[in-house]
Design a protein around this ligand. Structure first.
Ligand code: HEC
Ligand code: HEC
Ligand code: HEC
Ligand code: HEC
Ligand code: HEC
Ligand code: HEC
Ligand code: HEC
Length: 361
């Protein structure tokens, strides 16, 4: 462990320069570098075991080991290049205090509601929630909460592979990353096929939104409200465990809604507030805002991320309001819900108001 740390530090300076190079020059994000940075052939070094238990695919570390950092400012591991999703000290490296997915710091240190409780993270408490809210319930497909093979993902998240099916050596250099690239951010159930056999598609920002603005960001795949297994959308993916928040039966099909819609286009109707998404002046539509992103139902015409938002097409979806890992706000929201005060006096021009432009004041 000590030797590893030393190598770590020595490599830091060189890699820091190299990683800058990669951030700006590498479109592909499959792993690179010496095998020994990540793999151990015999789980043995100088006669002693590297890990108490050997890890699958001869890895020198597990998911949390590679994807976490002790310092609050490390967003990418200096040796392996792994993006950091869990900082043991409060993350400070981004205005969102974490990469696009957020950070598990908050759920370990602030409480249950601040993230998904991934139990393989050291010190992670179990959630008071006894199952995923909105879990699929139809008798024929319902996960049986007492069946541990279903429960490990649907009633609690026992480790990162509840949500990711990793494919670190897959070539994800295509603009829209899908099956051949190991799916967008490896998002697919590791244990069973989605109804349509698919995972999530999307355009991957090269530094996971460590830096982001209206032009540089992830592009998320939208789809059809209530449809399962075929549209490869982020919302449908979340609905795999939170079905009631996505199905028309529980959400409705048009205004007035029963639950907040997702995979639903911002109305272009000028009698409604949504056609002025992120308005800079109350009269014109604004640009894409990574604080409250929209999903695109069809990404095939995109060659890169775009700042244009088109009402009538682009959609509100689960990650318009949430991040998946953890945030400093309750319910893993992207902003402070308590600051959303109708009529003005709250966090004007942010969060809900990016779409609900006329409720601001
Ligand atoms: C930056 C870290 C990293 C480096 C460098 C790396 N690997 Fe891997 N490798 C992984 C991880 C993580 C997995 C875990 C499973 C997965 O995601 O497919 C893996 C899985 C594998 C697998 C099994 C899955 C597959 O895709 O075939 C093989 C074989 C493999 N690595 C060989 C190598 C060899 C050979 C090298 C050096 C030429 C190398 N790796 C370098 C991280 C790395
Ligand atoms: C040996 C170190 C190592 C281990 C172990 C490891 N990863 Fe990674 N992971 C990496 C590196 C390096 C990258 C960045 C590759 C790149 O540049 O996009 C990465 C990228 C990722 C990504 C982002 C993929 C993308 O499209 O940008 C996800 C998701 C991920 N890993 C999940 C996991 C999960 C889940 C596990 C455990 C099953 C795991 N990793 C284990 C090193 C590791
Ligand atoms: C509830 C499902 C869920 C769990 C559990 C989960 N992830 Fe993720 N992860 C996601 C989603 C969704 C994204 C894509 C976020 C985006 O692009 O906005 C993501 C993105 C990532 C990325 C890319 C960096 C980023 O922030 O976009 C890495 C690396 C990663 N996850 C690793 C992990 C590791 C390691 C764990 C376990 C400690 C884990 N994930 C647990 C859903 C999950
Ligand atoms: C593999 C199943 C699974 C997937 C996929 C999944 N979740 Fe969850 N989710 C859970 C479980 C289980 C809980 C309750 C326990 C916990 O928080 O870990 C939960 C809790 C939550 C909570 C409440 C947090 C709290 O503790 O109060 C939110 C918000 C949430 N999920 C949003 C999402 C979003 C958004 C996505 C898609 C990016 C998603 N989930 C994908 C299983 C899942
Ligand atoms: C390794 C984690 C994991 C395990 C174990 C698991 N699931 Fe899932 N399940 C997921 C994830 C993630 C999704 C979301 C989409 C996907 O399939 O990738 C999902 C989606 C679903 C869906 C919704 C499919 C759809 O069309 O949206 C059902 C139903 C389901 N699971 C039932 C079960 C049952 C029953 C079991 C036990 C036999 C089980 N799951 C075990 C992770 C898991
Ligand atoms: C990315 C854009 C977006 C964001 C962010 C957003 N909404 Fe919405 N919201 C919509 C759309 C689109 C509709 C459906 C409009 C329609 O059918 O006319 C909607 C509908 C609603 C409705 C139901 C209105 C009806 O006609 O039945 C309420 C209430 C609501 N949103 C509240 C909120 C709150 C509170 C927040 C912040 C937590 C929020 N929304 C964030 C886009 C958004
Ligand atoms: C318009 C913003 C918005 C969108 C879109 C949205 N959520 Fe939420 N979500 C919230 C807010 C705000 C809360 C806090 C509780 C409340 O007001 O209902 C919440 C709470 C939750 C919870 C916790 C519920 C509980 O019982 O504690 C889960 C799980 C969740 N959301 C999942 C999802 C999933 C999955 C999607 C997409 C299918 C989604 N959300 C889309 C704003 C949103």
């Amino acid at each position: 462990m000590k030797i590893q740390r030393l190598i770590h530090l020595a490599a830091l300076t060189i890699i820091a320069c190299l990683s800058l190079f990669f951030v700006f020059n590498s479109a592909s994000a499959k792993v690179s570098g010496s095998c020994a940075n990540c793999h151990t052939m015999h789980n043995s070094q100088g006669g002693s075991a590297l890990n108490s238990d050997a890890i699958e695919t001869l890895l020198a570390n597990d998911c949390v080991g590679c994807h976490s950092a002790t310092s609050g400012s490390t967003w990418k591991d200096a040796t392996t290049g792994a993006p950091i999703v869990y900082n043991i000290a409060e993350p400070s490296f981004n205005d969102a205090k974490g990469l696009a997915g957020g950070n598990f710091y908050w759920v370990v240190n602030k409480g249950d509601e601040y993230g998904h409780n991934v139990l393989s993270i050291p010190g992670m408490p179990s959630d008071e929630l006894t199952e995923a809210p909105g879990i699929p319930t139809e008798a024929d497909v319902a996960p049986d909460p007492v069946d541990p093979t279903c429960g490990n993902c649907h009633v609690q998240i026992d480790d990162c592979t509840s949500c990711h099916k990793p494919a670190h050596h897959a070539d994800d250099s295509a603009t829209v990353v899908g099956e051949t690239g190991g799916w967008y951010r490896f998002l697919k159930s590791g244990s069973h096929e989605h109804d349509g056999g698919g995972g999530v598609e999307g355009i991957e920002d090269p530094d996971w939104e460590q830096t982001k603005d209206e032009l540089k960001h992830n592009e998320y795949k939208g789809g059809v409200l209530g449809v399962h297994g075929v549209d490869k959308s982020m919302s449908d993916y979340c609905a795999g465990c939170h079905r009631d928040f996505h199905d028309t039966e529980f959400v409705g099909t048009s205004s007035p809604w029963l639950r907040h819609p997702n995979n639903y286009a911002l109305p272009e109707d000028t009698d409604k507030e949504y056609y002025l998404y992120n308005t800079p002046d109350g009269t014109n539509i604004g640009y894409y805002n990574p604080q409250a992103p929209v999903a695109r139902p069809d990404l095939s015409s995109y060659s890169t991320s775009s700042r244009t938002v088109t009402p009538g097409t682009d959609q509100v979806f689960c990650l318009s309001c949430h991040r998946p890992h953890g945030t400093e706000y309750k319910d893993i929201l992207r902003w402070n819900y308590d600051g959303m005060i109708a009529g003005g006096g709250g966090d004007d021009g942010t969060g809900c108001f990016i779409c609900h432009t006329t409720k601001d004041g």
